[in-house]
Design a protein around this ligand. Sequence first.
Ligand code: BG6
Length: 452
Amino acid sequence: MSKFPKDFLWGASTSAYQVEGGWNADGKEPSVQDVKEIPEGTTDFKDAVDHYHRYEEDVKLFKELGMKAYRFSISWSRVVPNGQVNPEGIAFYQKLIALLLENEIQPIVTVFHFDLPVSIAEKGGWENRETIQAFADYCQVLFDHFGQDVPLWQTINEQNVMALAGSVIGTSQKSMKEKFQENHHMLVAQALVTKRYHEGNYPGKIGPAPNIASVYPASDKPEDQMAALYMSALRNWLFLDAAVYGKYNHNAWHLLEKIGAVPEITDEDQDILSSGTCDYIAFNYYNTMTVSNYYEKEVKIDQQSGFGIPGFFQVVENKHLPMTEFGWPIDPEGFRFTLNEIYSRYRLPVLITENGIGGKDNLEDGKIHDEYRIDYLKQHIEQMALAIEDGVEVLGYCPWSAIDLISTHEGITKRYGFIYVNRNEEDLLDLKRYKKDSFYWYQKVIQQNGLE
Ligand code: BG6
């Protein structure tokens, strides 16, 4: 008997700037992702994998894969370029959503995934309070057009990654003080649109989509337990406590005080935070973190490799965990642990909006043998099934990614998709789509409503 509920949302994910291309088509304004410096030796990532022009073919493949849901993001700068509603931008998402529904694939929409419009960034981006209202206005446009058709919304993808590793993903390079002021404005913006969504009585649910990673202490030393508590407070609970309770986590607040990074909060902000709390929790999971109490050491920072805060914690290597080709730990049990940790803290249904492994795939005679991806996903699905047995309420699973797309900072060399796209770092080639071995494997998982 399957451990997964009958209506479990087996899906897959993408984000607008990583998949769409058409970066200046039909009135779209560039986003910060279209103008960021690109790594040496690479050419143009702005065309991504051209989903904007090939969405019909892609949705056909999603249907063949058996996806019950498709989690994607809407490009703010396509829908509201330079502050003006763009009918062509709306039309694109209207067509995409209609096609998904026609194919019985539930659209799951993230409204903001790392791609701030340039005109907003030029006015100070999230550091500028006015961005809160601009975001709320943009979301209202989305709710007006798609509110009846989209059952699950996420406000902001990986706000915690933007705050803590923004320089790597091309969203912000600022001091901690500035970053946490930006972060505060994002929390208020999120609460404001959540409140508006509820007041509009739309038929779906809305929630945040942070990147959550349980944090293990490096040893049984009490100092390491405290280090783990503090890292989790700053990296995880600050974001979920704000979304679920409308309050800052007390440990995270204390840490921000110690490092001189507390944001300015008005009474109005506080009212908005507590009146716009979420209906469910979407989160992305790639791996856990392990920390010791702080010692001096340079660490590579990206979404998953972690970081340190003097006097509080320092990420260290976990020798029990294997690594991906790109240096991220692999921890399927940590997935079960993270699911349980979130559910016991908040008691809200959860949706996995990203989970997956990036690697270099090779196209040989029209085939891609990505056994390593099947292994990774299989182990994570097994652990998710155990978490469901533990009692965690899981709405669905949307691995990263439905189709190959551009990684945040490692180009197209680091691929995630079930569908291979024929392009490389230097050349768009023919952008032809091929089904990987993992495509056929995941198709079977969905057909069986889980692993046999
Ligand atoms: C998450 C992001 O951090 O991880 C995605 O939400 C991203 O946008 C994914 O692509 C994988 O990370 P990367 O750096 O390998 O692309």
